[in-house]
Design a protein around this ligand. Structure first.
Ligand SMILES: [Zn+2]
Length: 409
């Protein structure tokens, strides 16, 4: 793979050219098969001229887009540091170069802010940290078949938080043709933060990935304890790559479930701007998509009230919960079924029967898994730990065993 960045008036344009051994079918770190559609994209920074970015930052930003299709080597258009080349070699088995630049570092923490409950919870842990928000825009050469995705609404809500918000616009999701436009690697959401890291003096980037995504296999590795999660563990390939670029990944809510991040977001002074639905207009979430139904289950559980939805068991988006488990985000389906009054009259009635979860069996989902705090870079660990102790509390060793045996019971 050969990677080339050009810049003009605050817009960085990426072109990547495949080597003979590369392929247009690839897999990203979570195992999803992807088809390459086009080899160019751009990232527009809200700056009138492009700020300086260390070559390691440019290389990592490019790698979040090009990694799935690269087989044996990657050639960047400017020299990277030896540490970054080593992280690419050990993490992916690719020869990376040329090498010749010194390592970079920075000071501040920024939040990769989507506007959902998880990243809003991170914002509550770090009330002074600036946000970097990724806004999808159309690609000039790829038709947009996903016009229902209202990235403009999400960007407006981010701006309305009143925090220090930097909106970065990019079409990088359209380099993918299959299964749908999306981040080639989950870390591509950070492309703008990477390109701005020197300008903003960033030394860490916080994401809203919570217990399920970090430790319980997320949606993809269903029902498996994943201490070695290749995307989000500090010692995994991506964790080491970001650290090598002087921008370590920070997961302030990596040890708590979506019940906790929901509770924190609903109690946050940013509550009016929370939005997890990608389709809703300016008036509010759509209330019709699977994400809305899943998050309504969690919110109703946290508020200990009946489910508010017009969707039924026969609705298309509820079909997955009419089947036996496993389910994506199953720990939260268990939590919801155990805490929502009248669950037997909702689209989750069948799932509740299969799972047989109780308040007692799901109590571990209300506390923090301690190893998640140990994984936070030392510079920010104290603030996370103090917040967790004040607002959440730590799991007992029995609770922690629930995490560590997830998928084996
Ligand atoms: Zn929705």
């Amino acid at each position: 793979m050969r990677v080339d960045w050009t810049s003009d008036a605050g817009v960085w344009r990426l072109t990547f050219l495949l080597d003979p051994e590369d392929e247009t079918t690839g897999t990203c770190a979570d195992g999803q098969r992807l088809e390459l559609r086009t080899n160019t994209c751009h990232v527009r920074l809200p700056r009138t001229r492009e700020p300086y970015a260390h070559p390691d930052l440019l290389a990592v930003a490019a790698w979040t887009v090009a990694a799935p299709w690269t087989r044996r080597r990657v050639t960047f258009d400017r020299p990277i540091s030896a540490g970054l080349a080593e992280a690419l070699r050990t993490g992916w088995g690719v020869d990376a170069g040329p090498v010749g630049e010194g390592p970079r570092e920075g000071t501040r923490l920024a939040i990769s802010y989507s506007g959902g409950a998880d990243s809003m919870a991170v914002a509550d842990v770090f009330p002074d940290a600036p946000f970097v928000h990724f806004e999808r825009v159309s690609h000039p050469r790829v038709p947009n078949r996903w016009t229902h995705y209202r990235s403009d609404v999400l960007a407006r809500l981010a701006r309305e938080t009143g925090r220090d918000v930097t909106i970065v616009r990019s079409d990088l999701e359209f380099v993918l043709d299959f299964p749908r436009p999306g981040y080639p690697e989950h870390h591509a959401v950070a492309a703008g933060a990477l390109l701005l890291a020197d300008d903003m003096d960033l030394g860490g980037l916080a994401f809203g990935y919570e217990l399920g995504s970090r430790w319980l296999g997320g949606d993809r590795y269903l029902l498996r304890f994943t201490p070695d999660n290749p995307m989000w563990s500090a010692e995994g390939p991506w964790g080491r790559l970001f650290a090598a670029a002087g921008l370590p990944v920070v997961l302030p809510v990596g040890g708590v479930s979506e019940a906790v991040t929901m509770r924190i977001a609903l109690g946050s002074d940013l509550r009016e701007q929370v939005r997890w639905c990608l389709r809703g207009s300016g008036d509010g979430p759509c209330g019709k998509c699977g994400k809305c139904l899943y998050k309504e289950l969690i919110q109703a559980a946290v508020e200990r009230r009946p489910l508010r939805t017009s969707l039924t068991a026969g609705s298309g988006v509820a079909r997955r919960w009419q089947e036996p488990p496993p389910y994506g985000g199953q720990e939260m389906i268990e939590y919801g079924c155990a805490h929502v009054p009248g669950i037997e009259t909702t689209p989750f009635a069948r799932a509740a029967e299969h799972l047989g979860a109780t308040e007692e069996s799901t109590r571990w989902l209300e506390r923090c898994y301690p190893p998640a705090i140990g994984e936070i870079p030392e510079r920010w660990r104290g603030q996370v730990e103090a917040y967790i102790l004040d607002n959440v509390g730590l799991m007992t060793s029995d609770d922690a065993r629930r995490v560590e045996t997830w998928g084996t019971r």
